[in-house]
Design a protein around this ligand. Structure first.
Ligand code: FDA
Length: 491
């Protein structure tokens, strides 16, 4: 009966030629599980005991989105919104409270206008699809966003979005000029209609606190016809400590055309555990301008190189929305504002060798990132940061024991790093979702509780996000485990 009542409500409120019942999946539908699982990127949340949505709507039209919001409100249900499903802690498709899921994978058109240097992109598109469609039209345009092609536009663009064009062009959120969102009352709003405060909030404050973002107008950036990449690996025995130490002094200061990421990984060499430092680089220019022994290619080919595809692989792989590399995983993040001394780096290597598992990735800041005010978008980690650290634990073993073991390892390394990273607050990157920082109480979101993790993600911008939230969604309809609280709804 609840199924009938709900479908009835959805049909009444959606006015399109595709009946909403055809794109709605209840658990008794044979396709329910495959629809749910096809965009789960963290295997921790595929277990039979993981709480699942009461049903899933996969809109093909904005009117399906409106109906989902209106009917969930009428029936007092929470909504989870999923675009690409890459949320590290599964907040787009898991919750302890009864909820429905709106999954946008059917809404993924990308329409590129080279003359206007822009594109309209629907939230269900992947970054790979965006890059592919841009490169199809022009070899001298790109878009600053993440390096993993399967990441979804919806979550990525509303949470920050960084990649190897960051030092030259800033983040994804720095290159968005318009958006279409459905608010808590089912209104469909573009930038002009939503106003500048809400438009500010959805560019880095996490979209799911404010509405369902249907599409984004992005600003394309110019890239040279030829770019250059290199990948160099060194172990501790080959001098990695010195190079990482020196990297910290130049990575955020060198020419903004150059982005060099460092990935630090415990590996076994000749029976001994050591640390391997992998330096991945993108240079926006030809090899002669950089140094010899590098590879020149087009920007779209560099996207494949950074995703670890072999040189020569067809760019068609960017249209592949699914990955075969799914793992159990946990991620955390930190910001470094002072170079870590060589002795302390050596202490970190020792700790990593002892723990064996977590991998550290250092991503340099500086360049354009230091020129943009931390008030421009909710993303506050701008000038003063040398690099961001990503902590990564990934594993293949099933079961709760493996989860506990790996969470313990990554938390130990995170604790060990405390003296070397940003303080008051110890900052984190929203798109590296980390529920260790805290979650809202079920059914409520108090300012005090949320400010614990909110100031880590947003620093002083947290208060402005709360103000916008209170203005556009006072009743806190769009709530989830790490949503921005409304001052009117919180106790
Ligand atoms: P997902 O669908 O899980 O959504 C994430 C959050 O956004 C949830 O809270 C969800 O409710 C909300 N949301 C999604 N769509 C919405 C919409 N249309 N309207 C409102 N709210 C919406 N990051 C980065 O900056 N650079 C990188 O290179 C990478 N690389 C990377 C690789 C891999 C393998 C993973 C798993 C993750 C990354 N990330 C990343 C992190 C990534 O940017 C982050 O997880 C994004 O939020 C993912 O967006 P999805 O739409 O895929 O996630």
């Amino acid at each position: 009966p609840i199924q009938e009542t709900f479908l009835q409500c959805l049909s009444t409120h959606s006015l399109t030629s595709t009946p909403i019942s055809e794109v709605t999946y209840f658990p008794n539908n044979p396709n329910y599980l495959s629809v749910l699982n096809s965009y789960i990127r963290n295997l921790v949340f595929t277990s039979p005991t993981t709480p699942k949505p009461l049903f899933i709507v996969t809109p093909t039209h904005v009117s399906h989105i409106r109906a989902s919001i209106i009917c969930s409100k009428i029936h007092g249900l929470e909504v989870r919104i999923r675009s690409g499903g890459h949320d590290y802690d599964g907040l787009s498709y898991v919750s302890a409270v009864p909820f429905i899921m709106v999954d946008l994978f059917n809404m993924r058109s990308v329409s590129v206008d080279i003359e206007d240097e822009s594109a309209w992109v629907e939230s269900g598109a992947t970054l790979g699809e965006v890059y592919y469609r841009i490169a199809e039209k022009s070899k001298t345009y790109g878009y600053p966003a993440g390096v993993c092609p399967t990441v979804g536009v919806g979550g990525h663009l509303s949470g920050g979005g960084y990649g190897n064009l960051m030092r030259k062009h800033g983040l994804s959120v720095d290159n968005i000029v318009d958006a279409v969102l459905v608010d808590a009352n089912g209104n469909v709003l573009d930038r002009e209609a939503m106003g500048e405060d809400l438009f500010w909030a959805i560019r880095g404050g996490g979209g799911a606190s404010f509405g369902i973002i249907v599409s984004w107008k992005i600003k394309l950036v110019q890239v040279p016809e030829v770019v250059t990449v290199f990948r160099v690996e060194r172990t501790l025995e080959e001098g990695a400590s010195d190079i990482v130490y020196q990297w910290q002094h130049v990575a955020n200061k060198i020419d903004e055309d150059l982005f060099i990421r460092v990935v630090l990984n415990p590996v076994t060499r000749k029976g001994q555990v050591t640390i391997k430092a992998k330096f991945n680089a993108l240079f926006l220019g030809n090899a002669q301008r950089l140094v010899s022994d590098c590879k020149e290619m087009s920007w779209i080919e560099s996207v494949l190189f950074w995703s670890n595809y072999q040189i020569g692989t067809s760019t068609d792989v960017l249209l592949e929305r699914h990955s075969t590399k799914e793992k159990y995983l946990k991620r955390k993040s930190d910001y470094v504002q002072e170079p870590i001394s060589k002795t302390d780096l050596e202490g970190i290597w020792k700790k990593m060798i002892q723990l064996r598992k977590p991998v550290l990735t250092f991503n340099p800041y500086g360049g354009k990132m230091s020129e943009i005010s931390e008030l421009d978008t909710p993303f506050p980690h701008r000038s003063g940061n040398i690099y961001k650290i990503q902590y990564a634990a990934s594993w293949k073993e099933e079961g709760a024991e493996a989860v506990d073991h790996n969470l313990d390892l990554i938390r130990k390394l995170y604790d060990y790093m405390t003296p070397f990273v940003s303080k008051s607050p110890r900052c984190s990157y929203l798109n590296y979702r980390d529920i260790d920082l805290g979650i809202n109480e079920i059914g409520n979101a108090s300012y005090e509780q949320a400010s614990g993790w909110g100031t880590k993600y947003f620093k002083g911008n947290f208060d402005r996000l709360v103000q916008v939230k209170t203005m556009v969604d006072p009743g806190n309809f769009f709530r989830y485990e790490q949503s921005i609280p409304s001052l009117e709804a919180s106790s």
